[in-house]
Design a protein around this ligand. Structure first.
Ligand SMILES: [Zn+2]
Length: 376
């Protein structure tokens, strides 16, 4: 996993757009739901009870006052998502709202259906699906605030979970397929952000619906990590993995299965097993373990033993002593120093792992081999 270092200043700017966006969309979505005659009274009452449990109150017609709206906004821009997750985990969300729970052996099919309905209603009211596009709020560069522009503003080029796939953004002209109202406002500007990234919900929407629109819960990630590896496998806070916005990249470290320098220099490509090391206990242990397991990091990185083999061969063939003996003598004018020589030989040492795939693995394995000593 790669740490995504977004400054507080940047977060504040993004939070301010999002705050405005929620203030516009949430009351509208809520009013539409509560006045929808096709929705049963039972569904409406459960939804109200869920919000009331979180100290969010509103009238039957969906009218919501300033204080309560501020509380909704807090759910969407607060960075304390671990604390909020405790309160909104699927089971905690409904605790105490179904009198039968705890006395019956099993929840009734009707109760289960009510809960599922309530979760999909919460998702509709928070409105993540509508966040994919549109220009309800304008950013200071004149573009509309939505999922695409949010991802583009973060400026992350490579998936933080696997560090293998590019997830860059691009810009297009006005989208001609948009409805008239949107087209009209879009015509005043030149471009719209589009992104090749998926947006992973760190705490998945279907189990933590109240965090479905929290921007600190939305992580840019590649489609493989989000849609093929993770899916809905994180069902509770206990099952969460490392969190790229706060956890450091160094918690996970790539290693290979050789201990002595002698063995290291003699292995062939087929002998290599790439693994990930992480703390054996303490606050990061479990989450690091979940990251390795969930995104199948050890398995997918096994495809890159060729790179490790090349790296090892270079380290073996171009030690400092050999550099002095061969290169300094013959090409001393080209390379100013051994450090400069290393920079040319191992360009990844100066690359940012957020921008270039596989950089984390290359750096870690390079350090790992160096830590075992140098050959003469
Ligand atoms: Zn990925």
């Amino acid at each position: 996993m790669i740490h995504l270092d977004i400054s507080r200043e940047k977060w504040e700017e993004l939070e301010s757009y999002h705050k405005e966006y929620i203030r516009i969309t949430f009351p509208d979505n809520l009013r539409k739901f509560l006045t929808d005659t096709k929705v049963s009274a039972e569904d409406k009452n459960l939804l109200k009870a869920v919000f009331k449990k979180q100290n969010i109150l509103f009238k039957d017609n969906g009218e919501i006052d300033e204080n309560n709206l501020q509380e909704v906004v807090r759910w969407c821009i607060s960075e304390d998502i671990d604390i909020l997750a405790d309160r909104t985990e699927k089971e905690n969300l409904f605790n105490g709202l179904f009198p039968g729970i705890g006395t019956k052996k099993k929840e009734s099919p009707n109760d289960r259906a009510l809960k599922e309905n309530c979760i999909s209603n919460l998702l509709k009211i928070f409105g993540y699906s509508g966040f994919s596009d549109g220009k309800k709020v304008l950013m200071k560069n004149g573009n509309g605030w939505n999922r695409h522009s949010f991802m583009a503003e973060l400026g992350i080029k490579v998936c933080p979970y696997c560090n293998r796939q590019y997830i860059t953004s691009y810009f297009i002209g006005v989208n001609k397929d948009k409805k008239d109202s949107e087209k009209q406002s879009a015509e005043t500007e030149n471009e719209m952000a589009r992104t090749t990234t998926d947006t992973d919900h760190y705490y998945p929407k279907s189990f933590f619906p109240l965090l479905s629109m929290n921007i600190h819960n939305m992580i840019p990630s590649c489609q493989i990590c989000n849609s093929r590896m993770k899916l809905n496998k994180v069902r509770s806070k206990e099952e969460r993995h490392l969190y790229p916005y706060k956890d450091k990249s160094s918690i996970l470290k790539f290693e290979i299965n050789f201990d002595k320098l002698e063995d290291l220099y003699n292995f062939s490509q087929s002998d290599i097993k790439i693994s990930l090391k992480y703390p054996k206990r303490g606050e990061y242990h479990k989450r690091a373990e979940q990251s390795v397991e969930l995104f199948k990091l050890e398995q997918i990185y096994q495809a890159h033993t060729d790179i490790v083999y090349c790296l090892k061969e270079n380290m073996k063939n171009y030690s400092e002593k050999k550099y002095e003996k061969i290169f300094c003598k013959n090409y001393g004018e080209i390379f100013g120093s051994y450090d400069e020589f290393l920079r040319i030989l191992y360009p990844f040492l100066n690359e940012d792992e957020k921008n270039v795939p596989l950089t984390k693995m290359k750096k870690d394995i390079y350090k790992f081999i160096r830590s075992k000593g140098n050959e003469d």
